[in-house]
Design a protein around this ligand. Structure first.
Ligand code: ASP
Ligand code: MG
Length: 450
């Protein structure tokens, strides 16, 4: 008689193992976000961090400097409204030029020349944008932020005598042409990245690349969604089977609430992939929601550490069994609440809800919370005026639509009543929901009202 033991298997993990049977023990990925490179001092601090790892091969993923992405969005919107972009472009140029002058000192002429030519290129690209292809125009303009930062940082790290070269994410991260929210072709991406990066690492200690950017097979630049550089770090780490990813941030790690908004926030020393993914889903802005999955599938740990206190360990997200019972508060700002109603006492049927979902899907709008009653269906979504306009104009013949903007979605995991009172104090409640462990509420702050 034979006995068989059946073990639970994680097929994705096994597939990742056979795709690359050994962990790339000597290689890791660092991601520096906009805040960590927003000024000359911040960049010098980044250099100090890199000096702590003299023997490591590191792929550095960078965002645009400071608030560049927001500025580029503003420039694009001014241009689309046929307003002057001159002052905003000039300000953005000067912000970068100031950083260059401070960092490069006597060696500033070459990086300044680069800066001038790339800003000329940006202005030429602005002349070519097409209002009928908003998403594609968006990616062609917004991508300048990361292209500028990666080139300037490459030049500065070369000046500081690091052994470094640049690889371009828009040539390596292969995506479809869903501009502004591109989907990654994992097989092609892994193939291109592992080949190119391994090659470059044979001659260099460090590589630098752009976060947030991808490219189609035809060579068009795409972006992966706002704050997508964390996801880029995960894409590179997964494709290289890296030893670890570290996200260097302006917070000490992942806390149970945003320390900028809530004083007594507590740091998590470690989190399981599952808990971390859940937190990002509810809107914890500390990491991009798509980041965890590729790392969990390949078993790659992710560290979230403070760039200003680089000697501290921060939070590690990995394969662990810890389940936290302390409350966790996540506040997602810039939310809109849209309610679809029928005027003639007809109930909202599944097929009508289906129509709403199809339209949401078509315009790449994600639902953060939803609720239906007999005669209305309400969704809480990110304020993205361009997408929401398209949604509403497409559905306005079927429904009467009510619409509120400037709201917050608050999620409390492991809630208690006193915390709910504290979080909803001086707030007007628009929508509320609770399950056994989670409380969610859409609110408007009464204090910020004029
Ligand atoms: N620069 C992009 C943004 O601000 C991507 C990122 O920072 O992750 O959305
Ligand atoms: Mg950014």
């Amino acid at each position: 008689m034979q006995y068989f033991f059946v073990l639970p298997l994680n097929y994705e993990k096994i597939a990742a193992y056979f795709a690359n049977p050994y962990k790339n023990k000597c290689m890791q990925v660092f991601k520096f976000g906009g805040a960590s490179i927003k000024s000359a001092d911040a960049v010098r601090n980044m250099v100090e961090i890199l000096k702590r790892f003299p023997d490591e091969k590191i792929l550095i993923v960078v965002s645009a400097m400071g608030k560049t992405t927001n500025a580029l969005e503003e420039i694009l919107h001014l241009k689309l409204k046929k307003l002057s972009t001159k002052a905003t472009i000039q300000k953005l140029y000067e912000d970068h030029a100031n950083i260059v002058n401070s960092l490069f000192d006597d060696h500033a002429s070459e990086p300044l020349e680069f800066l001038q030519s790339i800003f000329e290129e940006l202005e030429n690209s602005l002349e070519k944008i097409d209002i009928n292809h908003y998403d594609q125009s968006y990616d062609s303009i917004i991508s300048y932020g990361e292209i500028i930062s990666s080139n300037l940082l490459l030049k500065y790290l070369e000046l500081k005598e690091f052994s470094i070269t640049k690889v371009n994410a828009y040539e390596l991260v292969r995506t479809d042409d869903t501009f502004r929210d591109a989907s990654v072709n994992w097989i092609k991406t892994k193939e291109t990245i592992s080949e190119k990066v391994k090659n470059e690492f044979t001659n260099h200690q460090l590589l630098i690349t752009q976060g947030f950017l991808g490219g189609t097979e035809e060579g068009q630049i795409t972006t992966l969604g706002r704050e997508g550089s964390d996801f880029s770090a995960a894409i590179f780490a997964y494709s290289l089977n890296a030893k670890a990813v570290t996200i260097w941030k302006d917070v000490p790690g992942i806390l149970n609430a945003d320390p900028k908004k809530i004083q007594d926030a507590v740091l998590y020393q470690e989190l399981s992939y599952k808990e971390a993914a859940e937190m990002t889903y509810y809107g914890a802005s500390v990491i991009h929601p798509k980041t965890i999955k590729p790392l969990a599938n390949a078993g790659i740990p992710m560290h979230v550490r403070s760039f200003s206190k680089a000697d501290k360990g921060g939070t590690i997200i990995h394969d662990c069994k810890v389940i936290h019972e302390i409350p966790c508060i996540i506040i997602k700002e810039k939310q809109s609440l849209i309610s679809f109603q029928l005027n003639d006492f007809t109930f909202i049927t599944e097929s009508l809800i289906g129509k709403i979902f199809d339209t949401l899907n078509k315009h790449h709008i994600k639902i953060n919370m939803m609720q239906n009653t007999a005669i209305s269906f309400s969704i809480c979504v990110n304020d993205d005026l361009h997408r929401l306009d398209q949604l509403m104009s497409e559905l306005k013949n079927d429904f009467s639509i009510l619409y509120n903007t400037g709201l917050e979605l608050i999620t409390i995991k492991n809630f208690n009543e006193s915390l709910i009172d504290r979080m909803t104090h001086k707030k007007e409640i628009y929508l509320e929901q609770r399950t056994r462990k989670n409380y969610q509420v859409v609110v408007k702050s009464l204090e910020s009202r004029v």
